[in-house]
Design a protein. Structure first.
Length: 678
């Protein structure tokens, strides 16, 4: 007898339990459940096939046949219920799409119709479950009436509804130009960033999760139809062997076509997962800042050379320091810059300075020159403006107040990045499932979320946890700059932006930053794993660290090759950056791998150069349904003329390879029937 089951993950038969004590949690994927449900159904059909109609069956035997069938139906209900709760613990993907897609596209895809059909199948299915649960109190006539409705020619019968649902995913079934829902959605997902980051799914995950929920609905429809024919035969309404067979074949070919469609649609679809901007930026909750790395600073020329002279002009002071406080003038009224003073510039001779609250981390709210030029945003000045005037010395030397940058490490400046590796508990089969930046004791750390890896790329959601951060203080004994952490400075403030990925057989089990020359460089730890049995393979010996392969290894050892050149050659330019949280437009990713970004002062005109940008996005990144990662990255998102945010991204594992319709065209019930359920 021809049958074919559909689809399954490679090697699924190996793990399907062969005996009693079956644990439905072992069925982790929709294709696995399809396989088992079809097998249960075919067995039930075999039982019913033994009888030649009700008249020929002695009464006790009829009861047994009925009990047998209902028992199988109970098992199937268990499986489907379990999977339904698993895939729909959160809002269904379809509802998310309906909520988030642009109206035009929603119309084109007819998502509301699809939702309607799916809901109707669900309602019928639940009704059947209720009848089955209380079968002893239900009249046979009610059951047979229900069964007749399921398989009737009426356009709203389940038989017809599942054909209509299938029409959505099958190319060409709704007209010549129709390429199918999955394909159109895939094309659009390439642009719809917000859909992905608002739903915590990569584009590939959105599509795959949608396919799963459609496939699950199809399976429920199939189950209802097959059992309806069995009931009708049992209750002597007809033979229906041929009809049941035809529906079986339709289901098989629909399922095979669906797997082809989803596989094609998933090709080339992004697996990047990152967060959009939050509804509201909240410091300490959604973002953090590197503070006072380079900050606008007003200083008189006379204090910036060791002779106390005013012979030069501001522009001569490109790299100096503060040598004193001449006559206790304005220098006495502000916090001295005890570090490097850089890139000075002359704006105008006389000015009003509005000092900022020391708690804000700023020195000035704004500076207003006599010429009318304003640096920063001129607002009400609560602490009172200070008049600051340059002066002439002996008529020909002008002692000007310059606008410079101050690079002063110290208690006011959080400018540290952790260099220690951060890993999941590999020896206990944990893999990385999420990432976020955190600032602990003034040091930025990348924190990893870990979860227990199970067969077929599943993660045990109950084991998810954020691995506690190694929260040392930079003042602790045996903690050193360049070894445990990296301290940013004017010379060393570049962060490499890279997407890193392992091979198909590897998963991410750790992340870290290291230094290459003056750059902070991102690395991931990769560990080989076995997809079928869900174990990391020899993590102690076989795990590797991977960085950007374009990194020239000769540049990694400065001792061998003289002066260090930055490996990443293209800088992401932040042009006249304002404070990132001031923009009302949502950030968009604007960096590409192989680029780097430098932490820098905000714009002089817009912010008096008081803020260090970019900011660090500290929102957690994790998949809606926990998933292993094949890679991770650091990227920049923002708007032109704003400093933007540095953020982590995940690259989700590629399930496409494992989607295979490998069932034999010819087979028989025994083939699948190695699954014994009694
Ligand atoms: C039902 O149909 C099948 C095949 O069409 C046939 O083999 C079987 O004998 C029929 N049973 C009855 C009771 O007619
Ligand atoms: C996405 O993930 C974040 C953090 O885990 C969570 O707060 C948020 O509610 C999630 N969004 C959705 C739509 O599930
Ligand atoms: C890994 O997990 C085990 C069991 O929970 C624990 O005993 C061990 O200390 C963990 N190892 C690390 C490195 O956290
Ligand atoms: C899983 O498979 C790998 C080989 O792919 C093997 O080395 C390992 O022992 C297996 N683990 C278990 C628990 O079966
Ligand atoms: C890993 O390597 C160590 C030393 O080379 C060896 O003793 C150990 O058996 C290896 N572990 C495995 C699982 O092969």
């Amino acid at each position: 007898m021809k049958f074919g089951v559909v689809v399954l993950f490679l090697g699924v038969l190996d793990v399907l339990p062969l005996a009693n004590g079956f644990d439905p949690r072992l069925l982790v994927t929709v294709p696995q459940v399809i396989l088992e449900v079809v097998s249960l159904t075919l067995k039930a059909r075999k039982i019913i096939g033994k009888y030649n109609g009700i008249d020929s069956i002695p009464h006790p035997l009829l009861d047994r046949a009925e009990r047998d069938i209902f028992k199988r139906l109970d098992l199937i209900n268990d499986r489907l219920d379990y999977l339904t709760t698993r895939t729909e613990a959160q809002e269904s993907v379809l509802n998310q799409l309906i909520r988030n897609l642009p109206g035009q596209l929603k119309l084109e895809l007819r998502l509301n119709d699809l939702n309607d059909y799916i809901t109707r199948i669900e309602v019928n299915f639940r009704r059947m479950q209720a009848y089955v649960a209380e079968r002893d109190q239900i009249e046979k006539s009610t059951l047979s009436d229900f069964a007749k409705n399921v398989v009737s020619h009426d356009s709203s019968s389940s038989v017809n509804l599942i054909e209509r649902i299938f029409a959505f995913i099958s190319p060409g079934s709704r007209g010549i130009t129709d390429t199918g829902l999955l394909h159109i959605l895939a094309e659009n997902l390439k642009e719809l960033d917000t859909l992905k980051c608002d739903t915590n799914q990569s584009a590939q995950q959105v599509l795959y999760n949608l396919y799963n929920s459609i496939a699950l609905t199809e399976l429920k429809g199939y189950t209802m139809i097959q059992f309806s024919y069995m009931l009708l035969k049992l209750y002597n309404e007809g033979n229906f062997t041929k009809e049941a067979q035809q529906q079986q074949e339709r289901f098989e070919s629909r399922s095979n076509a669906a797997i082809r469609a989803i596989k094609a649609a998933m090709e080339g679809l992004s697996r990047d997962l990152y967060r959009c901007d939050p509804r509201k930026h909240v410091k300490g909750k959604t973002y953090e800042e590197v503070t006072q790395l380079l900050q606008g600073y007003v200083q008189n020329e006379v204090d910036m050379n060791n002779e106390g002279t005013c012979r030069e002009n501001c522009a001569e002071y490109k790299y100096t320091k503060s040598y004193g406080c001449y006559k206790n003038l304005y220098c006495r009224q502000q916090r001295n810059c005890a570090g490097k003073i850089l890139n000075c510039k002359y704006y105008d001779s006389d000015m009003w300075i509005c000092p900022a609250s020391p708690l804000s981390g700023r020195r000035y709210e704004y500076i207003k020159y006599e010429s009318g030029e304003v640096l920063g945003r001129e607002t009400a000045c609560f602490r009172g403006q200070t008049k600051v005037d340059s002066w002439w010395r002996w008529l020909f030397w002008h002692c000007s107040y310059c606008m410079c940058l101050c690079d002063e490490a110290g208690p006011n400046s959080d400018r540290f990045f952790n260099l220690r590796p951060v890993e999941s508990n590999m020896t206990h089969n944990m893999v990385v499932t999420g990432l976020r930046f955190v600032k602990v004791n003034r040091v930025f750390h990348l924190q990893v979320q870990e979860g227990l890896l199970e067969p077929f790329g599943k993660i045990d959601e109950t084991t998810l946890r954020w691995v506690p951060v190694d929260g040392y203080k930079i003042t602790d004994r045996n903690v050193h700059n360049g070894q445990d952490y990296h301290q940013l400075s004017w010379e060393q403030r570049a962060l490499d932006l890279d997407d890193l990925q392992g091979d198909q057989g590897q998963l991410v089990t750790g992340v870290k930053f290291k230094k290459i020359g003056s750059h902070l460089n991102f690395e991931i730890r990769l560990t080989p794993f076995d997809f079928k049995n869900g174990t990391l393979v020899d993590p102690v010996n076989k795990s590797i660290w991977k960085d950007n392969p374009n990194t020239d290894s000769s540049l990694k050892n400065p001792r061998l090759h003289g002066p260090i050149k930055p490996v990443h050659l293209t800088r992401l330019n932040l042009y006249q950056p304002d404070i990132p949280t001031r923009t009302t437009s949502p950030s968009v990713p604007d960096s590409s791998t192989d680029q780097y970004v430098e932490f820098v002062n905000s714009d002089f005109k817009k912010d008096a150069a008081q803020t260090t940008v970019p900011f660090i996005d500290i929102q957690p990144v994790q998949s809606l349904i926990a998933a292993p990662l094949s890679g991770a990255g650091i990227f920049h998102k923002g708007q032109p003329h704003f400093g933007g945010f540095v953020a982590p991204k995940l690259i989700t594992y590629d399930f496409r390879e494992h989607l295979k319709a490998i069932f034999p065209e010819e087979g028989d019930v025994e083939g699948v029937g190695s699954v014994e359920m009694n």
